[in-house]
Structures are given as C-alpha cells and as structure tokens.
Design a protein around this ligand. Structure first.
Ligand SMILES: Nc1nc2c(ncn2[C@@H]2O[C@H](COP(=O)(O)OP(=O)(O)OP(=O)(O)O)[C@@H](O)[C@H]2O)c(=O)[nH]1
Ligand SMILES: [Mg+2]
Length: 420
C-alpha cells in the first residue's frame, strides 16, 4: 500500500483586542465605558475538493495562517471577524495531530469540512467589565490567540493511470521523467517486477497518481511473464497509457505490440478493453521511429489519441500529461471508503501544576488562554487574572504543591512572583 504523507503547520487567526474607551459627550457628564469587543480570528478549515488526488501541493506550501480579528473601537464598535482560511484537500485524507498522534478527521466525502485550528475569540471591551461597584473599568481583554498546531496528513494512494506495454517499451523511464518515482531502468526485459507509483503534479491543484507495472507479453492473461499479479493493479485505474517502443528495437513492431497488449487486456478483463486509453509512442528520438509512427497513425489514429514522446529526451511529455489530466476531469472518481477509525478526543484535566528547578509551572488551555488575553500593563486586568487563578483553584493547588512566598510561578509566557 502506498501512502502520500505531508506535514503542515496551521494557525487560526488571533482575536482582536477589546477596547478601553469612556463615553465623553457634552450632555453626558458621567458617561460609562463604551469600548467595543475585538473580532474573532479566522478558522483554518479543511474542505474536501473533488478532483484533488494527492497531497503533493503541501510540499510547496506548508504554513497556513488565518486572518486575525480587528480590534474593538470606541462607541461600542465591534472589530470585524477575520476571514476563515479554506484549505482544499483530496477525499481520503486522514488528519492527525503531530504532537499527540490523535486523529482529528477522516475526510472522505466531497464538500466535507472540518475546523483544524480555531480562530481566537475577540477580547471583550471595557463595557463588559462594569459592575455596580465599579462603573468605569479601565481594562479590556486582549484577543485570544488562535489555536496552532502541526498536522500530519495521510492519503492512501490509488493509481489513476496505468502504464501498460511490452517489456523494454520505456514505462519506467516515462514515470521517472514525470514524477519523483525512481524505478530501475535497464535494457533487458522484466526489469520492473513490482509496480511503482508516482505522483504527477500537473499544476497547482492538479495532480494524479501513475502506476508503472511490469511489462506484459503474449499470454499475460493466462499468467505468462509476470502475469496476473499486476493486471490486477491496472483494474483499479481509470485510464491507461499504452507505452510503445516506436523505434521497434530488437525487431519488435509497435503496431503489432499495441494489438497484442490490447488483446491481453481484454482477455483478462473485458472492462479493461473499454477503459479510456491513449497511446504514448515512445523512443521518438531514434531514427527508425518516424516511419513506424506513420504506420501506427494510419492503423489507430482514428480510434486513439497518439502522443509521440521520448522518455529519454523529455520531448512530448508535457502535452501527454496535460491531456491525461484533462481527460480525468471527465472521468468520475469513486469516493474512497472511510477508514472508519473512531475520532478520539482526549479528556484533558482543567490544569496541572508541577515543579521544576524551583519554578512552579501551571499548564492548561483555559488558564493559558486567560493569561494570553490579559494586558499585563493594566492593573485592573492583572487583578482580574489573580481572581481567576484563585477561583479556578490554582492557588490551592500551588499551596499543596508547597509554594512559598517569593517563589516563581510560570503560566504560558507569563512569569510572576507568588505573594499570598
Ligand atoms: N532511445 C531511447 N531509449 C529509451 C527511451 N525510453 C526508454 N529507453 C530505454 O529503453 C530501455 C528500457 O526502458 P525501461 O524504462 O526500463 O522499460 P520498461 O518498459 O519499464 O521495461 P520493463 O520494466 O522490463 O517492462 C532502457 O535501456 C531505456 O534507457 C527513449 O525514449 N528513447
Ligand atoms: Mg520497467
């Protein structure tokens, strides 16, 4: 089984900061707080897109960040939300958290979506913090940072295109030219004994999987040569490329070879005879090829598209690859089955406290979020954070861990001295 794997970084947009503003108008002498909230940061959303077949595009772009929310403004004006960032993935993509190995999503259906990194909530403006006793708070929350993480994407590769032809026709040479596959190439028959898969990137958002299989000979359908084993592989493809030695090396005749291969395929499985197929007339760099190409065109040009190529020089390959990609757009894809691995979300404790080299560390999503959203320059905001630390039971936990006056506590990036 072949897998395509990619590792990428995603980060939701940060929330916009809340605003501190006081109402000051001519006839409203004691105007209250009216700082608006910051906007939400954009989410990173994976969406399954029909037509994508591989993860090759993720080798060209690995970092994905969504827009941040705008900051709140005076007059209770809310900041605008950041736009979500939609990342297109092929059906069959399994998404894992790189840190924990947890499966986040198993994306199988076209159009299916999953949020892989949430944008941060907007910070609340000072209008939210007014209480009966404290009518004019001068604090606001900072925006919550967007979630960030590294993801591993996995995709089971299914061959879209099968290369068929006699031994030595140049199938392995062709796949090594148009993909990163590195099969063995040699001028003796049956060099390839197990199939090779290669990912062919046409342009952004367009790629397909090509299978190079061992050469076929007369009688392949009965098991001659390497027989059945790999005819099975091409049954699962959606398009065939017949690779011919157009130069007719060693007394071969490309017209007869094409006929023989077609016959073997149909005898093995009549469905293979009716599959979309094109001809790659290979080895056009050799002098004998030109005349054979004319014969081939005269015999089959009406029925099949014929592409003169040279896997040795690279001539004609672009045209062939673009045409194959176009043909694909017209051939329906089967939706891959779900691997039906249950998505497990770990239950996390609210926070944890531990001591290392005399420093007390507090960890936990919720409290780290509160810390990130606190403006440490602002006394009122810091006071509120202290109150949250107490209310969540963190102070009690620190005490039972043995904390003493003057010890250092670290929560996220924030470090402070403990005072009872
Ligand atoms: N001159 C020339 N030689 C080629 C070309 N393509 C392949 N060859 C040569 O033909 C021989 C066979 O090439 P392979 O790519 O191994 O052929 P194959 O179809 O994979 O062969 P099997 O694996 O045995 O079925 C090698 O010596 C290649 O260098 C071409 O376009 N021009
Ligand atoms: Mg080969």
């Amino acid at each position: 089984m072949f897998f395509d794997v990619a590792k990428i970084y995603v980060k939701g947009g940060d929330g916009g900061n809340g605003c501190v503003a006081m109402r000051r108008e001519k006839y409203v002498p004691m105007g209250g707080p009216w700082g608006g909230d910051g906007g939400r940061g954009g989410n990173i959303i994976f969406r399954v897109e029909e037509g994508l077949r591989t993860l090759v595009d993720f080798r060209y772009k690995r970092h994905y960040k969504a827009d941040r929310g705008r900051h709140g403004e005076g007059k209770n004006m809310y900041g605008a939300s950041g736009d979500d960032l939609i990342v297109r993935v092929p059906a069959g993509t399994l998404v894992k958290d790189d840190d924990t190995g947890e499966i986040i999503a198993d994306l199988v259906k076209n159009g299916q979506e999953v949020v892989v990194a949430r944008g941060g909530r907007g910070g609340r403006g000072n209008a939210h913090f007014a209480t009966h006793d404290h009518k004019a708070p001068k604090m606001a929350e900072k925006g919550e940072p967007g979630a960030e993480r590294w993801l591993i994407l996995e995709l089971k590769l299914l061959a879209d295109v099968g290369l068929v032809g006699f031994p030595n026709a140049g199938k392995s040479s062709l796949i090594s030219r148009v993909s990163a596959a590195k099969p063995k190439i040699a001028d003796y028959p049956f060099t390839t004994i197990t199939p090779n898969l290669g990912v062919v990137r046409v342009d952004e958002g367009r790629s397909f999987v090509m299978a190079d299989i061992p050469g076929l000979i007369e009688g392949a359908h009965t098991g001659a040569g390497l027989g059945h084993d790999f005819l099975k592989h091409i049954e699962r493809t959606r398009l065939l490329i017949h690779v011919l030695d157009t130069a007719g090396s060693e007394g071969r005749d490309p017209v007869a070879d094409f006929q023989a291969t077609k016959r073997e395929l149909s005898l093995y499985n009549p469905m293979l005879g009716t599959m979309p197929q094109v001809i790659a007339a290979n080895k056009m760099d050799l002098p004998e090829a030109a005349e054979n190409l004319h014969r081939l065109e005269a015999a089959y040009g009406g029925e099949y598209e014929i592409f003169p190529i040279s896997a040795a020089t690279g001539d004609g390959l672009d045209k062939l690859i673009y045409r194959v990609a176009d043909l694909f757009d017209q051939i329906p894809v089967k939706e891959p089955e779900s691997t039906s691995i249950p998505v497990i979300h770990r239950a996390e404790p609210r926070f944890s406290v531990y001591r290392e080299e005399g420093i007390f560390f507090v960890r936990g999503k919720e409290i780290e979020r509160h810390v990130a959203m606190t403006d440490m320059e602002n006394d009122e905001a810091v006071e509120r954070l202290q109150w949250i630390i107490k209310r969540m039971g963190i102070e009690d936990e620190l005490k039972s861990a043995g904390i003493k006056e003057g010890d250092t506590v670290k929560i996220g990036k924030f470090e402070f001295e403990y005072i009872e």
